[in-house]
Design a protein around this ligand. Structure first.
Ligand code: NAD
Length: 421
């Protein structure tokens, strides 16, 4: 890995392949299998037109990648962001393969993205873009083939448009083609909170393992969207004090603790957490290096790097985001004794409840939130202890422990199925 020795941006796909290589090496994986698992199975690029409100036609670019289908249909979110690249989507698809395997749900990995800043679109334009993008990727998606879900900047409303578009094309309602839908359209209770809730279940286990009392713990959260703001709220419910949070425009800090409900209200009114009364404005970089016991990166990739890993004060880093830590930073944190809960374990609650949603849709069933959360907890706690046991047994960090479990499961399934034809 030389990504950080140059000034070029860190390439998430190279990071993902490097993480896989480490595990494949340790598992002494068959070279042929290694070549198969190192690349995505399918990559689709689409350029598609959208009629804008001013009457002009704009062409957008989007992607859908399926990394591996050995353990089941592809599963993974769709991201709308101006910085989306094919390599980012490939990395996210590979991480989904490992994530589904870590928590042992029967899916392969997929991911999608559109290069767009959705904040610059009207609601009508956003709907037009979403419906046309989904139409373009329908060559890959389907309830038995590839089931998208929300990710950065995509919402239950967008999932509803995706579901309706697919259903219109096949002539009947197909709720199981996408998860993260509104409850009234076959969405699952608890899905909205699932990523953060799963993350907090793993933090509770990590704290118990380390002998940390969550009632006196302090927390910093980078990213105040679906994963971040709900994680902050749930940590307060655990008795912890959230001392810093941030969004794309910057962060805020109050060492006495932030009132998260009021910060949410402030963000809804002002579009950012910045300027929140009674807190000091700080930069996103400062949020990461804030004095705290638990750091929850919940924004984008490559936030904790060789440059700042030495300055992280937290004892636990819980990766609600995908890919927030680079391999170099992983090593620095491990050497410094920071306990990192890796993304493919820490944020797997989202895909786990997406799986529950899909099962409910296929069975025309609806579970209670209590049922959903209980099943989620069982899966998250079990996966956490399987990863911890592996990491302790091998003397490696939690990320490598998670990769060893995941890659072994996917490799076994792939080898058992054999090579077609
Ligand atoms: P979201 O769009 O709801 O929120 C993203 C948040 O990050 C926003 O508050 C945004 O302002 C902030 N942000 C963007 N760039 C930032 C920057 N440079 N610094 C600080 N904050 C920044 O998205 P989300 O669904 O919460 O996803 C966040 C992360 O969690 C992503 O890595 C995503 O892949 C991961 N994730 C999400 C889910 C899910 O179910 N939503 C599941 C698993 C993993």
């Amino acid at each position: 890995m030389t990504t950080e020795q140059t000034t070029a941006p860190i390439n998430a796909w190279h990071v993902a392949q490097h993480q896989f290589d480490l595990a494949a090496e340790m598992l002494n994986l068959d070279p042929g299998l290694r070549r198969v698992l190192r690349e995505p199975r399918r990559e689709l690029t689409v350029h598609f037109p959208v009629k804008m409100d001013d009457g002009s036609v704009q062409v957008f670019t989007g992607y859908r990648v399926q990394h591996n289908l050995g353990r089941g249909p592809a599963k993974g979110g769709i991201r709308y962001h101006q910085d989306v690249t094919i390599d980012e989507v490939k990395a996210l698809a590979m991480w989904m393969t490992w994530k589904c395997a870590v928590v042992a749900i029967p899916y392969g990995g997929g991911k999608g993205g559109v290069i767009v800043d959705p904040k610059k679109l009207s609601k009508k334009e956003l709907e037009g873009l979403s419906r046309r993008f989904f139409t373009e990727i329908e060559v890959l998606v389907g309830p038995e083939r590839d089931i998208p879900a929300p990710d950065v900047n995509t919402t239950p409303q967008i999932m509803a448009w995706f579901m309706d578009t697919y259903s219109m094309h096949v002539g009947h309602t197909v709720p199981g083609v996408v998860t993260g839908k509104p409850i009234s359209l076959g969405g699952s209770e608890g899905r909205n909170e699932a990523t953060a809730r799963g993350c907090v279940y793993t933090i509770v286990e990590a704290a118990a393992h380390l002998g940390m009392d969550l009632n006196t713990a302090t927390v910093a959260v980078q990213g105040f969207g679906n994963a971040g703001n709900i994680a902050a709220t749930l940590m307060v419910e655990q008795g912890s004090k959230v001392v810093a949070v941030s969004d794309s425009q910057g962060g805020i800090r109050n060492v006495a603790g932030l009132d998260i409900a009021r910060v949410l209200q402030w963000k809804a009114e002002h579009g950012t957490v910045k300027g929140f009364p009674g807190a000091e404005d700080i930069t996103n970089a400062e949020v990461l290096e804030t004095e705290c016991d638990i750091l929850i990166p919940a924004a984008l990739e490559n936030q904790i790097t060789a440059r700042n890993a030495g300055s992280i004060k937290a004892r636990i880093v819980a990766e609600a985001a995908n890919g927030p830590t680079t391999p170099e930073a992983d090593e620095i944190l491990f050497e410094r004794g920071v306990f990192l809960i890796p993304d493919i374990l820490c944020n797997a609650g989202g895909v786990t409840v997406s799986y529950f949603e899909w099962v409910q849709d296929l069975n025309r069933d609806h579970w209670t939130e209590t049922e959903v959360n209980a099943k989620l907890k069982t899966i998250m706690v079990k996966a956490f202890h399987e990863v911890l046991a592996q990491a302790q047994q091998q003397g490696v960090n939690m990320r490598t422990g998670a990769y060893l479990n995941a890659v072994q499961r996917v490799a076994d399934a792939t080898a058992l199925r054999g090579l077609y034809p």
